[in-house]
Design a protein around this ligand. Structure first.
Ligand code: UD1
Ligand code: UDP
Length: 377
């Protein structure tokens, strides 16, 4: 069997690594196609190195651009590779432009698509990611939903066949790397941080960074933080802060360390030892509940509602009073802190990668891995 993996950004590399490994452990060598949506060393290569994905078969060098430029260029380049290679299945993960491009290019060549992390919905169609998720799910033949809630979202849209609830591969990634991170990373020493005495910040979503008003609100939250914080900054945010004239303001916040994006091992160690995490990232909302760290999400909705229901995550948006109110409560109320930190992980047991590989191998063996003319027969 010949599976092709199409990926291009930091979270895709991290969350697909366990699936790639699971295929390799079953004697199957997957074809690895990197679109180059992320291209800086610290947004891409560092993860390939740390997760030992050294055999990339195709680097497509798509790079940055508008939504259509990036997606269109990726589609054209992915199509060429798929036409030459004719894999049995194309795997994509998540909701980026790379995912949309990979899914559409593949299904139109009648190469079935398997979507890892299918069925997530923020129910906010103004987010580029929501459009990507919906379209990728509808182009896919096999859907790996991380949770029952994700499966129900697919069912609501009429997608019921070849849907498998397998857990989220983020758990596999965390379990495979947290211990290594704890031993290998000296990130706390490097920045003079003590365990549970700092907040970890990340923000990069278009809705938070592309508007001057929202980015200003974000900076105002950081200016009022009552505790030390560290912010490994996504290049998108760095660029916008400079463009909107906010760079000087953010870099003069005394309690805040700003650093370039970090490798996975350093970042995992920072997450695990944080007092709390404030983020707009999807993957980091998941990792914080897995690592038992309270999460305050700088968004008004989430496609990971399981984290909120479980009690480990609160949506605070960009509302300063609300965000700081929750942070103060975590600082002062030990019982409240304990409840958030001990919220149960809703994303499975860390064997999602194995299940995905196994299911695809079995479908292939039975001759059922193909694009059917209709889902509804
Ligand atoms: C993309 C995904 C988002 C995901 C994120 C993971 C889409 C629509 N968005 O957002 O869902 O959460 O990846 O991090 O696919 N840049 C660099 N160096 C890089 C990569 C990007 O400087 O290596 C800068 C460029 O100025 C670029 C901007 O960041 O224009 C945005 O990059 P892009 O890949 O378009 O989107 P992300 O914000 O990274
Ligand atoms: N991450 C990392 N270094 C960083 C920031 C994030 O290794 O400086 C990892 C993080 O552990 C998680 C993933 O990147 O696994 C999340 O990526 P991101 O927030 O960019 O994207 P999203 O999950 O929102 O799509």
């Amino acid at each position: 069997m010949k599976p092709a993996f199409v990926f291009g950004t930091r979270p895709e590399i991290i969350k697909l690594a366990p699936v790639i490994r699971a295929f390799e452990e079953r004697g199957v060598k997957p074809l690895l196609i990197h679109t180059g949506q992320h291209y800086d060393y610290e947004m891409s290569r560092v993860f390939l190195e740390e997760l030992e994905l050294d055999g990339i078969d195709y680097h497509l060098e798509v790079g940055s651009g508008t939504q259509a430029e990036q997606t269109g260029t990726a589609m054209i380049k992915i199509e060429r590779v798929l036409m030459d290679e004719r894999p049995d299945v194309t795997l994509v993960q998540g909701d980026t432009n790379t995912v949309l491009a990979g899914a559409i290019a593949s299904v139109k060549l009648k190469i079935p698509v398997a979507h890892v992390e299918a069925g997530l919905r923020s129910f906010d169609r103004t987010m580029p990611e929501e459009i990507n998720r919906i379209l990728a799910d509808h182009a896919s033949e096999v859907l790996f939903a991380p949770t029952e809630e994700a499966r129900r979202n697919l069912e609501r849209e009429g997608i019921t066949e070849n849907v498998y609830v397998v857990g989220n591969t983020v758990v596999d990634a965390v379990l495979q790397n947290a211990e290594i991170a704890e031993k290998k990373s000296d990130i706390l020493e490097r920045f003079g941080l003590k365990p549970k005495e700092y907040v970890l910040i990340t923000a990069h979503r278009a809705e938070n960074t592309d508007s001057r008003e929202n980015l200003t609100k974000f900076v105002e939250i950081l200016e009022a933080l009552p505790i030390k914080a560290i912010y490994p900054m996504h290049p998108r945010t760095r660029n916008r802060l400079k463009e909107f004239g906010l760079w000087k303001r953010i870099s003069s916040i005394e309690n805040l360390i700003i650093t370039k994006p970090l490798g996975y091992l350093d970042f995992l160690k920072l997450e695990k030892n944080a007092f709390a995490i404030m983020t707009d990232s999807g993957g980091i909302q998941e990792e914080s509940i897995i690592l038992n760290v309270p999460c305050l999400t700088l968004r008004y909705n989430t496609e990971r509602p399981e984290t909120v229901t479980a009690g480990g995550n609160v949506l605070v948006g960009l509302e300063k009073e609300r965000a700081l109110g929750y942070l103060q409560r975590l600082l002062k109320d030990g019982e409240f802190y304990r409840k958030m930190a001990e919220a149960p992980n809703p994303f499975g047991d860390g064997r999602a990668g194995e299940r995905i590989a196994q299911i695809l191998l079995e479908l292939h063996e039975k001759g059922e891995l193909k694009v059917r003319s209709s889902r509804f027969i």
